[in-house]
Design a protein around this ligand. Structure first.
Ligand code: OSB
Ligand code: MG
Length: 375
């Protein structure tokens, strides 16, 4: 087990920010023009850990939203945080009684992991048992205005080095697009993500998706519908990958045992943080289920955690981790994340996630700031 320091928490600060995306991001559940989040700072033992929430502006991907998550944090987490230490495992124990709100919990839990590794003067990826100094990365491309625009973007991202292309699909915006992409790019690692847009009655229609030799087909049905995923997996050669359906290690175990998927997308925010992500990683490894690290268009802070997780040994597919400039005109960290020509993103060797905040830019983006002194 990982030995973690445990100094009392002095202070926790939240910066509510809106950060413009370079271009909007569209999925089957809607379009987003900017990143709406709050940045978390936890101070203890003379160090500061950083985190952010991946809850969205509206309850589309999940029931969680940035505003409701802050409300839950302020009303149920902050008052019970006094006397707690910076050990993320203690935090998880203390707030197990709060049902759901994984993204609200993860924002703080992750800041505590950054803080703990800073107190130990270690990079986070080493603390959690990473075996590589880089993440293999792919790019997730939203629904586009036309197939030609999509093909152009794919070409550009491949040129930049991304190892696999994921495209968003939706009901009635699927086969025609996939056919053209495969015709143009017969050999690339290609995946499709429906974000739960199909339903049980579409299973027979989806049978033909095998034609496109996808690396996997991500979340065709709604999060609660494991039965349809299992039924589809029975008739497909293409592995089914679950994203929204996997809310913690228990649901990962269940989905694997039910044979509802052969691949799992681990998003630390969705599952409640780093510790739960590692548990899902280990359960998947024990059942020969491949995993990769998903993304929520995070800022440079959230990206630091995703890169660290992607260095774990059973991360066997390229992750949804792209360069800062793919999402933002300007990231909120001083050194934007980049990829090399082989589609790898290298970890930072500094302690924690190894990023520093561009404070001036953060202040400029701040809608409100709240400081809670805990002692
Ligand atoms: O389903 O993986 C998803 C972004 C927002 C909400 C859901 C998803 C996504 C992505 C983006 O695909 C991946 C990334 O951060 O690059
Ligand atoms: Mg997804």
């Amino acid at each position: 087990m990982i030995e973690l320091p445990g100094e009392e928490i002095d202070r926790i600060t939240f910066y509510r920010v809106d950060i413009p995306y370079r271009e909007y991001f569209e999925t089957s559940f809607g379009r987003e023009y900017n990143k709406r989040t709050y940045i978390v700072l936890v101070e203890s033992g003379g160090e500061t850990g950083y985190g952010e929430t991946v809850a969205g502006g509206e309850p589309r991907y999940s029931y969680e939203t940035v505003d409701v998550d802050f409300l839950v944090t302020e009303k149920y987490i902050i008052p019970n945080l006094r006397g707690s230490t910076s050990n993320p495992l203690e935090f998880l124990d203390r707030f197990r009684w709060i049902k759901g709100y994984n993204m609200a919990k993860a924002a703080i839990e992750m800041a505590l992991w950054d803080l703990s590794s800073k107190l130990l003067s270690k990079p986070l990826y080493k603390l959690i048992g990473g075996v590589r100094r880089y993440a293999d990365v792919g790019v997730s491309i939203g629904l586009q205005k036309s197939i030609d625009i999509l093909l152009d973007k794919i070409g550009k991202y491949l040129e930049e080095g991304y190892q696999r292309i994921k495209i968003k699909i939706a009901k009635n915006r699927d086969y025609e697009i996939l056919k053209r992409v495969r015709k143009e790019y017969p050999d690339i690692k290609l995946t499709a993500d429906a974000n739960g847009d199909y339903s049980y009655g579409d299973i027979d229609y989806l049978r033909d998706i095998d034609e496109f030799s996808l690396l996997y087909f991500e979340q065709p049905f709604p999060d609660w519908d494991l039965y349809s995923h299992k039924k589809l997996q029975e008739i497909l050669d293409t592995p089914v990958c679950l994203d929204e359906s996997i809310s913690n290690s228990g649901s990962a175990y269940g989905a694997i045992k039910l044979k509802a998927c052969r691949v799992i997308n681990i998003k630390p925010g969705r599952v409640g943080g780093i510790f739960e992500s590692i548990k899902i990683h280990n359960i998947s490894r024990d059942h020969s289920v491949g995993v990769w690290i998903g993304g929520m268009l995070e800022t440079g802070i959230g990206r630091g955690f995703n890169v660290a997780l992607a260095t774990l040994p059973n991360v066997s597919y390229p992750s949804d981790i792209s360069a800062s400039k793919r999402y933002y005109v300007k990231d909120i960290v001083t050194e934007p994340w980049e990829i090399d020509s082989k589609g790898r993103m290298w970890v930072r060797e500094g302690s924690g996630i190894g990023v520093e905040i561009d404070w001036e830019y953060l202040e400029k983006l701040t809608i409100w700031k709240k400081v809670f002194s805990l002692r």
